[in-house]
Structures are given as structure tokens and as C-alpha cells.
Write a protein that binds this ligand. Structure first.
Ligand code: LMR
Length: 396
């Protein structure tokens, strides 16, 4: 029965991790998967997380099932983080959140919800985007349309083409937007551009879906929510997939959230029942540990302050590395102007390297990056940056 099955291609991002593990060269560098690393090249457990886990160990009294929508306190704190604690949406109880298995799980819930409960004909996805976006919507059977996002020549947002393509999105279509730190380009709309998009979306009657996986990695927790909050102020309805993998470093605990905003609390409550029936058929109910940890940190003034401080340090380290990277590329003789890397947000930089150049980096120098030319700046350290820049210049 299984003889006809063909091997699936390796995942363009997670597949790299497997190849990197098997790499035996000592000087290997992993700039593939979007995971934060400190200057020693480690992905540490954040201080506030460690402390919350210690407290949880004492506080936990049962391993009974969670509710379908997960840890209630976690869901409440998530909404505050997304929209701001004093947002009207929260006061009006128009937002409903369910805990999910990471940001990917939240996206899958979103896709199932769109397919089953809306009339959306298309989901509009930026080109380029995180490859799993296309895979998730394809898996659910929703038609995918692309909007241009990146101007490769000028290394900036392709604003004119983005508007041109999105002007074709029809009423009821879903438009997928990256809340901040666009993956893979690191280029986000300006506050003015968010305003224009939100207005266009409200006028046209799109259903916005925000993928918000990197809150806190561009400029700050509130600053990074500007796009989402601009849309929220203009729309009765929207969807959000958010993640705590990156900003809490809880990658392997799989902690994310799916949030829907409806026109009234009643409608939101009804829609929530449908979201819960989706979750019930996918995985019944989520795991507790990661979400309970996040809820504890966000609900404790001191732990929250400590978390924010450490997150700011992570953000600053990435920014420093961007500057150093550009400086050293120049020092090693790169002819191109790489200053655009300084302007990009979050972990990723769309370096402009071609797939062939990325292959050479791997084959000749044991440096792993995504073939699209995306590099994870958080994987650069003081120890590997010189070798990295020297190798890139050779490949160029
Ligand atoms: C990435 O883009 O590297 C991360 O979001 C990890 C993943 O799941 O692909």
C-alpha cells in the first residue's frame, strides 16, 4: 500500500537544521532557522522564564486536562500584549483568544477557521514570505494569491507594486500581513504605510490576518504592535496568530495563540465556539507548561519587567551585529553597499545572496543560510563574524 509513496522534499528551513547537525567541520555557522543566540552562540532560557518555571514546579497541583482553549490567564495576557491593556477591543470583549501549538498551530487554526466559517475566495500572501504560509493554506485548500513585497534592486519595500497587487483583493478576501520583522526580508511598512493599508483594507472589506511571531524584536513590545493596532482601530473583524517561541525563547514548548476580533462580544463568543470545535478535532486541547509559564511572567510585575529587559538586550545585540556585519563586509573588501542591512528589523536579513552563493557558503565554508538569501543575524557572534564576512566576500 505504501510502495508508491515518494519522499517529500526537505523543509527549506527545518531541513537545514538537520543538515547543520550532521556537519562535521569545526568552524560551521548556522544562520538558517530563526532562533535567537547570544554572543556565545547559545539559545539560553530567559531569566524570568526560569524563575516562573521554578515557581510553577511548587504551585502545580494537577496534570488534569486543560480546557480546549487552554490556560485562561494566558489568553487574557495575550490579548493585552497584542492590543494594549486599555484597548477598547478588550473593554468591549470583542477579542477571543485560544492557546495554540506555537505560531504555526495558530496559523493552522486560522486557516481552518477561514475555510469553514468565512466566504473568503483568496488568501493574499506576500512574495516573498515564510514558506510555511503557502504550505498551510494549501493544506487547507484555500486559494493563494501573491502580492509583491520586496524591491530587490533597491533593497526596500516594493510599496507601489504591493498596492497595485492588493488593489485586486476582493471583499471578503484574507490579506496575510506580518505584524513586524517581516520574514524573510526584515522590512516592515512605516506607520504611515500601515495607516494607508488599514484604510484600504477597511474600505475594500478584507479580512486581515496578522502573523505576529516577533513582537519585541524590532523596536519594542508596543512599538512593534503599531501595524496590528492601526488595523484594529479601523476594523470590526480581524485575526491574529501570535507566538511566544521567539520573545520568550520557548521554542520547544510550542506556545502561541490564535485571536479573533469580531464586531460585538456576542458574535465573538459564537465564533469562539467554532474555533474550539476546530481545536477539538486537531489536537483536543493544548499542553500546559509553556502557557502557564508565560501567564506567570506576564502576570507578575517584577518578572514581566525582567523579561522586557532581557528581550530589549536581545534586540540590541541583533542591532549591534547588523552594524558590525556591514562594517566588516566593507573591511574585507565587499564592493556592494550593504547598509540596507542596518535598516532591517528583527532576526532576519535578506542579504541579496543568490541561491548559488548560499550553496557555496555551505559547501566551501560550512556556513548555513536559507537558499532565498535569508540569514539569521541572531546567529552571528563576535567569534564567528570575521570568518563569516571573509567567507561572504570570497563567495561574492
Ligand atoms: C523561521 O522562519 O526560521 C522560524 O519561523 C522557524 C520555522 O518554523 O520556520
Amino acid at each position: 500500500m505504501f510502495e508508491h509513496i515518494e519522499a517529500a522534499p526537505a523543509d527549506p528551513i527545518l531541513g537545514l537544521g538537520e543538515a547543520f547537525k550532521a556537519e562535521t567541520r569545526q568552524n560551521k555557522i548556522n544562520l538558517g532557522i530563526g532562533v535567537y543566540k547570544n554572543n556565545q552562540g547559545d539559545t539560553p532560557i530567559m531569566r524570568a522564564v526560569k524563575e516562573a518555571e521554578r515557581r510553577l514546579f511548587e504551585l502545580e497541583t494537577t496534570k488534569n486536562y486543560l480546557a480546549i482553549d487552554g490556560v485562561a490567564e494566558f489568553n487574557a495576557r495575550t490579548k493585552e500584549l497584542l492590543f494594549g491593556a486599555d484597548s477598547d477591543i478588550l473593554k468591549q470583549e470583542r477579542a477571543k483568544t485560544v492557546q495554540s501549538l506555537g505560531g504555526t498551530g495558530a496559523l493552522r487554526i486560522a486557516a481552518e477557521f477561514i475555510k469553514r466559517q468565512t466566504n473568503a475566495k483568496n488568501v493574499w500572501i506576500s512574495n516573498p514570505t515564510w514558506p510555511n504560509h503557502n504550505a498551510i493554506f494549501k493544506a487547507v485548500g484555500i486559494n493563494i494569491r501573491e502580492y509583491r513585497y520586496y524591491d530587490a534592486e533597491n533593497k526596500r519595500l516594493d510599496w507601489e507594486h504591493l498596492l497595485e497587487d492588493l488593489s485586486l483583493a476582493e471583499q471578503g478576501d484574507v490579506v496575510l500581513l506580518h505584524g513586524c520583522c517581516h520574514n524573510p526580508t526584515g522590512i516592515d511598512p512605516t506607520p504611515e504605510q500601515w495607516q494607508i493599508l488599514a484604510k484600504m483594507s477597511a474600505e475594500k472589506g478584507w479580512l486581515p490576518l496578522f502573523d505576529f511571531a516577533y513582537q519585541g524584536f524590532a523596536n519594542g513590545l508596543d512599538e512593534d504592535a503599531i501595524g496590528l493596532r492601526t488595523f484594529a482601530a479601523n476594523h470590526k473583524e480581524l485575526l491574529v496568530s501570535s507566538s511566544y517561541s521567539k520573545n520568550f525563547g520557548l521554542y520547544n514548548e510550542r506556545v502561541g495563540a490564535f485571536t479573533l476580533v469580531a464586531g460585538t462580544a456576542d458574535i465573538a463568543n459564537k465564533a469562539l465556539t467554532q474555533v474550539k470545535s476546530i481545536v477539538r478535532t486537531l489536537y483536543s486541547n493544548p499542553a500546559s507548561h509553556g502557557a502557564a509559564t508565560v501567564a506567570l511572567v506576564l502576570g507578575d510585575k517584577q518578572l514581566k519587567a525582567d523579561w522586557e529587559q532581557e528581550l530589549a538586550q536581545m534586540r540590541d545585540r541583533i542591532k549591534q551585529m547588523r552594524h558590525r556585519f556591514v562594517e566588516l563586509l566593507k573591511e574585507y573588501g565587499a564592493q556592494q553597499d550593504f547598509n540596507f542591512i542596518i535598516e532591517q528589523n528583527g532576526m532576519f536579513s535578506f542579504s541579496g545572496l543568490t541561491p548559488e552563493q548560499v550553496d557555496s557558503l555551505k559547501d566551501e565554508f560550512a556556513i548555513y543560510a536559507v537558499r532565498s538569501g535569508r540569514i539569521n543575524v541572531a546567529g552571528i557572534t563576535e567569534d564567528n563574524i570575521r570568518y563569516l564576512c571573509e567567507s561572504i566576500v570570497k563567495v561574492l
